[in-house]
Write a new protein. Structure first.
Length: 150
């Protein structure tokens, strides 16, 4: 159910409607697609640069370094969400679905809040937290943010 709440921002009364669970799910799917596309492009560019510098690069690639792969994925994930939400208050999916992130005062969150929000997304099963708290996930609750319709 959509919740309507008011915020007093610089003496102007703003009314926001919390985004539906369906839009939140769409945001998650769309952002996941964008993240994988970005990761694929970055991987191809990295591979091309490495091949230009070392033609034997492919022969020396270690596939067993799973920890390094996870660390790189987490860094990429953090960069994707943090960059877009810190600069614009929206990820690419939120631009498409016309939603945005606000703090508890109804304003665009500061960098620290977005960093907390992004780190909390990496909590295992964060996406499943919407099954327990239908109006928000752990990354919303812990960072004291909400996603609202624009």
């Amino acid at each position: 159910m959509n919740e309507v709440f008011e915020s007093n921002v610089e003496q102007n009364q703003a009314v926001y409607t919390k985004t539906s669970l369906g839009k939140r799910f769409a945001n998650h799917v769309i952002d996941t697609i964008f993240f994988y596309v970005m990761a694929f492009i970055m991987g191809v560019l990295y591979g091309l640069v490495m091949l230009m510098n070392d033609p034997d690069f492919l022969a020396t690639v270690e596939e067993d370094n799973l920890l390094a792969q996870y660390v790189i994925a987490f860094i990429g994930y953090f960069i994707y969400y943090f960059t877009f939400e810190a600069l614009t208050g929206r990820s690419l999916a939120k631009l498409i679905t016309k939603t945005k992130v606000i703090d508890q005062n109804g304003e665009k969150p500061d960098y620290a809040t977005i960093a907390i929000r992004t780190l909390c997304r990496m909590i295992p099963f964060d996406a499943l937290s919407f099954l327990f708290y239908q109006d928000s996930g752990w990354h919303d609750r812990l960072s004291k943010t909400s996603v609202v319709d624009c």
